[in-house]
Each structure stands twice: as C-alpha cells, then as structure tokens.
Design a protein around this ligand. Structure first.
Ligand SMILES: Cc1cc2nc3c(=O)[nH]c(=O)nc-3n(C[C@H](O)[C@H](O)[C@H](O)COP(=O)(O)OP(=O)(O)OC[C@H]3O[C@@H](n4cnc5c(N)ncnc54)[C@H](O)[C@@H]3O)c2cc1C
Length: 304
C-alpha cells in the first residue's frame, strides 16, 4: 500500500454482529475484526482514498475481514452472508485503482490471498491451474522453472493476484504478444452468491462446444461470483529476450508507429501459427508467406 495510517489515530465503529461472527465460527472460516486489519481492508489503490490515510480517516469500515484458504471457505462465507443479508466484497491484492475492492460499510471483506497454491502445469495442454490468490511473481517463478511463461505482466505485477487480473479483465506489457487475460483463461471455478460452486470451461487448451460462459465472469469485478481457481494458457519461454527503446519526435508519430507494429505482431503470429505447407502446396506459396512476413517486420522496425 502506498502509505500507512498514523498509529493510534483510528477509531473504529463496532464490528459485525456477534450473531454473524458466531455463524462464521460455526462455518469454520477464520476472520479478523481488529481495528488495524479492518482499516487496511477498507481501501485499495483508488487515488481518492489515498490522501485520507495520512489523516487516519477511514470511509468504509468493513464489519469483518474473512480470510479464505479454499473454495469451500468461500462457499461457506457466502452462505452465511446470504442468510444474514450482509454484503461481501472480494479482495485480492487490493491494487485496483477504481475502488472495486473497497467494501461497503459493515460488510464482509473477503480476503482471497490465502488461496495461494499453483496447483499444476499440464505440459501437454500448455495450461497451468492456479488458485486465485497467487501473486504474479510467484506464478511466473513456478512456470519459468519449467520453461514456460504465462506472459501476463501488468505494471502492478508485484501487487496483483490472478483473481484480480481476471476480475478486472487486465492487460499487461506483453499483451500484444501473449494476449490479454481474457485470451488466456481456459477454465474457472466460481462460487455464486448463494455458495454454489460452478466449474466453467475445460482444462484443455481449446474449447469447441457451447457458449463461452467464462467471458461472463472475466471483468465482472466480483459482482457475479467469486473466482477461486483458474486454468490459464502458458507459452514456451522465448530462447532469448531483447528489449529496446525508441524515442519519437511527437506523440502522434509514436502512436502511429505503435499501431503499425501491433498489426505486424498480429501478422507475425498469423504466419507463426499457419501450418506448414502440405505436400500439395508449392514452394512458391511457402516463400511468399515468409518473405511477406519478413518484409512487414523489417518495415515496422525501421528507426523512426
Ligand atoms: C501501480 C499500478 C499499476 C497498474 N498497472 C496495471 C496494468 O498494467 N494493467 C492492468 O490491467 N491493471 C493495472 N493496475 C490495476 C490493478 O493492479 C489491476 O486491476 C489488478 O488486476 C487488480 O488485481 P488485485 O488482485 O489487486 O485485485 P483487487 O484490487 O483486490 O480487486 C479488483 C477487483 O476485482 C475483484 N476481485 C478480486 N479478486 C477477485 C476474485 N477472485 N473473484 C472475483 N472478484 C475479484 C474485487 O472485488 C475488485 O472489484 C495497476 C494498479 C497499480 C496500483
């Protein structure tokens, strides 16, 4: 978090009712009603709330912070919340900048960062199954050790969780190469408001049957359900990586050139994914493909 509350400055309203807390105990979930924890979970990186922190002002005190470690914890919490008509706000890394993770006063702040297991990488399908509280660096470390990358690198990489990437329909610095998060998700486990658990999508790299319900939850910011597990595509690590910087004389020129290079990246991906010529195809058509893509790449990478 960008700044801290002054010590001793916080005066908290009463926490959630003892009836609700007793129910949470019976449901077997762990929670915290301390002033400091409730204050921390009252905010994300929404710029409007950040100046308040220095003065010890908390606008939206949650009644309780529930710490989850499994899909069944999330399910049990949502059942209790529904029975008691109490609101629930999903919270990942709380790096969102629009206040989406800020709870409504008196509600349950549902901390999902305890769901922190990378379950398995399936090399045959090029997918990784992961719990949603895993932070970017931990996921990349796991897949890179096996020769892969997820390729989702938002500027908030260190601060944000997989669940937050999906719930916010996030983009990263390499999205024009690997796609945005909605291009990467292959399956989701979601807990609905009444505590029902649904599994959407499949664990293979591609789906060919039925409507794509995954897209309903991607970008839904916790309003339609709480995502607890995801299967994401992974890509073989590039054999080498090279970075460069270009300067431009004007913003407009830079903007145009980025647009051109984005089109070329797509062209490059198209040619990379096109199957090799079948025995019936002539070598001329193969040559035409490669020379066309090479020309396009060269022309886009000319210095400005
Ligand atoms: C310095 C900085 C740089 C940033 N750069 C980028 C960037 O390059 N690209 C980008 O896309 N974003 C960026 N962001 C915004 C933010 O980091 C992303 O939106 C991130 O994906 C949020 O993840 P989080 O785990 O912090 O989610 P949170 O902030 O905790 O939650 C965000 C929203 O998702 C909901 N939510 C969280 N987890 C779940 C879940 N498991 N199930 C259902 N709903 C859930 C919350 O209720 C809330 O509405 C940046 C933010 C900062 C502060």
């Amino acid at each position: 978090m960008p700044n801290h509350y002054p010590s001793g400055a916080l005066v908290a309203p009463d926490p959630a009712s003892s009836v609700l807390l007793d129910e949470l105990i019976r449901a077997g979930v762990s929670f915290d009603v301390s002033t400091s924890t409730r204050a921390e979970h009252a905010r994300d990186w929404w710029p409007r709330l950040i100046p308040d922190v220095a003065s010890g002002h908390v606008e939206n005190w949650p009644g309780v912070v529930v710490r989850t470690h499994s899909t069944s914890d999330v399910s049990a919490t949502l059942r209790v919340a529904q029975d008691h008509r109490v609101g629930v706000t999903a919270q990942g890394g709380r790096s969102g900048v629009g206040g989406g993770a800020v709870p409504t006063p008196g509600s349950i702040a549902l901390d999902l960062t305890g769901l922190r297991e990378v379950i398995a990488l399936d090399a045959t399908s090029s997918t990784v199954r992961v719990q949603v509280g895993v932070f970017g660096p931990d996921l990349e470390r796991f897949v890179r050790a096996l020769g892969y990358t997820v390729g989702h690198l938002p500027q908030s990489f260190d601060l944000a969780t997989v669940g937050g990437w999906i719930a916010c329909r996030g983009a990263g610095q390499y999205s024009n190469r690997y796609g945005k998060i909605e291009d990467m998700v292959r399956a989701l486990t979601v807990v609905l408001a009444g505590g029902e658990v649904v599994v959407l999508g499949g664990h293979g790299p591609r789906q060919a049957v039925g409507p794509d319900l995954l897209q309903l939850f991607i970008g839904s910011e916790g309003t339609l359900g709480i995502i607890t597990e995801a299967t994401l595509l992974v890509h073989a690590l590039a054999p080498s990586e090279q970075r460069g910087a270009f300067s431009f004389v004007s913003f407009v020129k830079a903007w145009r050139r980025v647009g051109e290079s984005f089109n070329v990246t797509r062209t490059r991906r198209y040619f990379a994914s096109t199957t090799k010529p079948s025995p019936g195809e002539t070598s001329t058509s193969k040559d035409a493909r490669s020379s066309c893509s090479t020309r396009a790449i060269h022309s886009s990478l000319k210095p400005p």
